[in-house]
Design a protein around this ligand. Structure first.
Ligand code: TXA
Ligand code: MG
Length: 346
């Protein structure tokens, strides 16, 4: 567990980053901070390194990884072709929370990275520690989020250690991540960009940069669509107790809490700073400020994880409007809840 102070990184020499990069070169796996969530990195060429990532996470082998780069030129080595609109996306949002899917160049990656697909997911993170690590490793780094499969993604080094301690070579601790939710995944293999996973870069941002955009995958409550991004079909982000999304007035929500507690259940309530004082429950956690929706994105996973320390029987969570990063928040909450809703009918 190496601690790195993000802010001075460009001006200083960090032996911790060199040590982590050396481990990556040798084929070990190391967790590192990005601006979205912590990633678990291994070098992209070596089967054993990539296999270690899947094993440490308990991740199904048919779910491909994102290749992280620090130099835009690496795209030309990894991709067979790049459409103009993808160039525009990279120019607008890199480094940043956007992943592009493009046809892959054969023979440059371990087949395990792309899980047998003919496409590759690429992103340049906007985080000084991540960029320094990738540069120092001298090779692109395949990295999924650094959580055990099915759990919320880690937004602190402590979350990484809770899930993966003893299973990985180390974690570079750069403090809390920024966005708090994973990158937006955009399929760039067709005539238009298609958003497969909503994330830090919003639909509006992408439309402003490239015009026409489609929404695909199982994102945005589009449950009928066949998952094009393999990861979208698995259970995700779930706390230990079953989670329900609840919509209605504070008094409706409190009635539901009371009913559940009357049945002898221990109830957790995920609220916001505006609403937490309205509720009485066994555990109440605020995931941020409803009117600063970015703060909810930032604290959502930490809040979901916090419920695990209270041995609850059920958790209810408030919902959010789909505008801006709200789409990504609701996408993750829907998955965490397995699409279970309780709604007030008027
Ligand atoms: O913000 C992020 O994207 C974080 C940080 C660490 O960079 N990474 C991350 O990785 O969230 P992961 O593995 O948890 O999610 C990657 C998603 C999965 O849903 C996966 O199925 C999809 O990207 N994906 C990867 N390669 C793909 C491909 N070639 N085609 C379609 N989907 C792909
Ligand atoms: Mg993940």
């Amino acid at each position: 567990h190496w601690i790195v102070d993000n802010f001075s990184i460009t001006h200083q020499h960090y032996p911790q980053i060199e040590e982590a990069a050396q481990l990556i070169r040798k084929g070990e796996v190391v967790a590192f901070p990005t601006e979205t969530v912590y990633g678990l990195g291994g070098q992209v060429k070596l089967d054993q390194a990539v296999q270690k990532i899947f094993t440490a996470k308990g991740r199904p082998s048919d779910n491909p990884l994102i290749v992280h780069i620090a130099d835009r030129k690496d795209v030309n080595r990894l991709a067979e072709s790049v459409p103009d609109y993808a160039e525009a996306l990279m120019a607008s949002f890199w480094p940043g929370p956007l992943t592009i899917i493009v046809p892959k160049q054969e023979g440059v990656l371990s087949e395990l990275v792309t899980a047998g697909l003919h496409t590759v997911a690429i992103r340049m993170p906007d985080h000084p520690v991540a960029l320094a690590l990738i540069k120092e490793a001298g090779i692109p780094v395949a990295a999924p989020s650094a959580n055990r499969s099915g759990k919320p993604s880690p937004t602190t080094a402590a979350h990484v250690l809770d899930d993966l301690s003893g299973r990985i070579a180390g974690v570079l601790d750069g403090g809390d991540t920024g966005v708090g939710l994973e990158s937006t995944v955009v399929d760039c293999t067709g005539p238009y960009p298609v958003i497969l996973r909503p994330g830090g870069v919003t639909l509006t941002d992408i439309e402003a940069a490239v015009g026409k955009v489609e929404i695909g995958g199982s994102t945005f409550q589009n449950a009928k669509a066949v998952p094009k991004s393999p990861g979208m079909k698995y259970t995700h982000y779930a706390p230990e107790a079953p989670l329900y999304l609840i919509e209605g007035t504070h008094s409706f929500i409190q009635e539901k809490i009371d009913e559940l507690r009357a049945e002898g259940k221990k109830v957790g309530m995920m609220a916001t700073e505006e609403s937490e004082h309205f509720y009485v429950a066994d555990r109440i956690i605020s995931c941020g400020c409803r009117y600063e929706i970015e703060s909810v994105a930032k604290h959502l996973y930490g809040a979901l994880r916090s419920f695990n320390s209270s041995s609850l029987d059920v958790i209810l969570a408030e919902t959010f409007p789909l505008e801006g990063v709200g789409a990504a928040i609701m996408n993750r909450l829907e998955k965490a809840a397995g699409h279970r809703w309780i709604k007030e009918v008027d």
